[in-house]
Design a protein around this ligand. Sequence first.
Ligand SMILES: Cc1cc2nc3c(=O)[nH]c(=O)nc-3n(C[C@H](O)[C@H](O)[C@H](O)COP(=O)(O)OP(=O)(O)OC[C@H]3O[C@@H](n4cnc5c(N)ncnc54)[C@H](O)[C@@H]3O)c2cc1C
Length: 415
Amino acid sequence: MRYSIVSLLRQSARGHRNWTQAWRSPEPKPAYDVVLVGAGHGLATAYYLAKEHGIRNIAVLEKRWLGSGNIGRNTTIIRSNYMLPGNGPFYEWSLKLWEGLEQDFNFNAMVSQRGVLNLFHSDAQRDAAARRGNFMRIQGIDAELLDRHGVRDMAPYLDFDNARFPIQGGLLQRRGGTVRHDAVAWGYARGADSRGVDIIQNCEVTGIRIVDGRVEGVETTKGFIACKKLGLAAAGNSSEVAAMAGIRLPIESHVLQAFVSEGLKPYLDTVITFGAGHFYCSQSDKGGLVFGGDLDGYNSYARRGNLPMVEHVIEAGVAMIPGLSRVKALRAWGGIMDMSMDGSPIIDKTHIDNLYLNCGWCYGGFKATPASGWCFAWTIARDEPHRLNADFRLDRFRRGDMIDEKGQGATPNLH
Ligand SMILES: Cc1cc2nc3c(=O)[nH]c(=O)nc-3n(C[C@H](O)[C@H](O)[C@H](O)COP(=O)(O)OP(=O)(O)OC[C@H]3O[C@@H](n4cnc5c(N)ncnc54)[C@H](O)[C@@H]3O)c2cc1C
């Protein structure tokens, strides 16, 4: 069923009793052309494989429920304010896909280009922001450098004058913003399902069967499933899943927390990040402030964090917006991040002919969902990377060809 004003009027006249299911819940078939592990970027990949490359005999295997991974656990920020050549064009392509996504997959994902404002607090930070903005503009990406007055006009509630970290200005990307995260999973799922993709929930991959150097299929909690090509997009579990094929990844798994406050009247109409600590905040349409900060800093597969990081994040938040001290935090949760050694992702073929890899998203992979799915689909369908993901090769770590946007070196929990 196509969602439109006409279908909405028709259904409301009938008491909303005839909406069809957004996607099926099929049992797995014995064999597929492509099997994708993980219903996050895996859903987007399945969607673009079917839509762009005409491959429809696909299964997405998800060990929990659809959207239960990081795709439904993030702070919903999208942007393309990247500087390095490998990253800039890729994230800009993702932003362009976001801009047309709702029409493309016929689902309201609440894409909101409300702007992303990164504050700076010192001369050195201003120079770095100006440099980043210039790099962005050279690549055709929008960027504006605001002075202190420009920031004050946009966000008068920030602590400008008495702060330990006086705000000198900010780098603004107006086309950045937020997207409702779980609606992205639902939209891609519905779009893929309508093109014949089987989305199989509660189906954990427990082994990869390899014979004569080729993947024959996967062992799962629902039995063996054969496939001609296998794509792994398992985020924080990437190391575990790749190990089933004997591959040791340059990835560490870390927990990152997110927080939501009680509902407030609308006042924060953009995304703001603190430059003197790690804090980012937006306001959801329901009124809650959605915010987060640093990783907890230790390796973990537990999807909840610890109190010291709660304190650290809220401290940074209050330093940026003093009024936050009177707001109650309602909820917090954690997700397991696949932190790569240079902070950039991997979208590549592996040395095993029909095995493909999508991981290393650190904590920026939500905004990448469309481009990641699009490029991974290309790589799987054509057996070679697209030029947009040509730099995200696995062997760059062996070659020493890092894409270290932050300049932190090989310390994954700092990216
Ligand atoms: C708190 C938090 C805040 C974030 N904020 C932002 C943000 O504001 N902006 C941004 O761009 N990014 C953000 N991110 C990062 C972003 O959410 C992730 O990088 C992105 O969603 C990763 O997508 P994915 O498809 O790789 O992972 P996921 O959505 O986690 O998908 C992987 C799936 O694989 C499944 N899986 C794992 N092992 C198996 C197995 N053996 N068998 C079957 N299934 C398996 C998992 O259950 C999971 O559902 C944030 C993340 C967190 C946790």
